[in-house]
Design a protein around this ligand. Structure first.
Ligand code: ZN
Ligand code: ZN
Length: 258
């Protein structure tokens, strides 16, 4: 599995850290986890094959996680040669279909009629969606961020990976992610901020020490989080394995399990 951090930032304007988007690619499928503002141009800037995306998975309905969904649908409709069109799906929490309906009212018919078969799949917390090929499964777990917010555990070539989306402190995510090889996690705020709808270093460490991934990629930091000291801080809190600060364009392979 090839993993690319397309957007590692928040909604604050920052050309080096676009809103949330993470691309997973295997020979069977290409999955985009969240499609926040700036992700479409970001994929082009990195040279990613955005036309080959099969599934977009939305964690919740904040603009920094779905803001580029309409531009992506437009790009697929008007920027992909006919021979490269494919059936695609958009997965997300309950309300994803309604969201697309609202986007169609605002942007136009191309949202629901993009020129290829488009399916909308709404996931409940605790559900597991499996692609008919058997090469991709996505498990969902609710998070305390907004009522609809979901975290995901994705199984595809190369093993399991986890994605927190946005979440407040939530110890049950530790067991949900246990044994994943890769965990992409938000760490939006500093511990001193004391908010309950985002992770801070200590509440992220609480999850990551149980999940114990080979690689932890930390993203979605507001400026109050000191990026330079964050990996060492997380290690001091017991996080083992490789800790990487998410940067736009960061790309790596997750090879087959030995
Ligand atoms: Zn959010
Ligand atoms: Zn966010």
């Amino acid at each position: 599995m090839e993993v690319t951090v397309v957007g590692s930032g928040t909604l604050l304007p920052d050309d080096e850290h676009r809103s949330a988007g993470h691309l997973l690619e295997s020979e069977w499928a290409a999955v985009l986890l969240d499609c926040g503002s700036g992700v479409v141009h970001g994929m082009a800037g990195i040279g990613l094959d955005w036309a080959a995306i099969d599934h977009v998975v939305l964690s919740h309905f904040h603009t920094d996680h779905f803001g580029d969904l309409a531009p992506l649908l437009w790009a697929w409709k008007h920027g992909v040669p006919e021979g490269r069109q494919r059936a695609r799906s958009i997965l997300g929490p309950r309300g994803t279909g309604e969201l697309l309906g609202s986007l169609a009212e605002a942007h136009g018919d191309f949202i629901l009629d993009p020129g290829f078969p488009l399916s909308v799949i709404e996931l409940d917390s605790g559900s597991v969606w499996e692609h008919p090929s058997g090469e991709l499964t996505i498990a969902a777990h609710s998070t305390p961020h907004t009522p609809e917010s979901l975290a995901f555990r994705v199984r595809m070539a190369g093993g399991d990976m986890g994605y927190t989306g946005d979440t407040g402190p939530h110890p049950p995510l530790g067991p949900f992610f246990e044994g994943v090889r890769l965990l992409i996690a938000e760490c939006a705020v500093a511990d001193s901020t004391g908010v309950d709808n985002h992770l801070s270093p200590s509440s992220l460490a609480e999850i990551a020490t149980v999940a114990n991934p080979e690689i932890l990629v930390v993203t979605h930091m507001y400026p109050e989080v000191d990026r330079s000291t964050l990996p060492d801080l997380l290690r001091s809190m017991g996080v083992e394995g490789t800790v990487v600060l998410g940067e736009d364009g960061f790309r790596f392979s997750l090879g087959p399990t030995e």
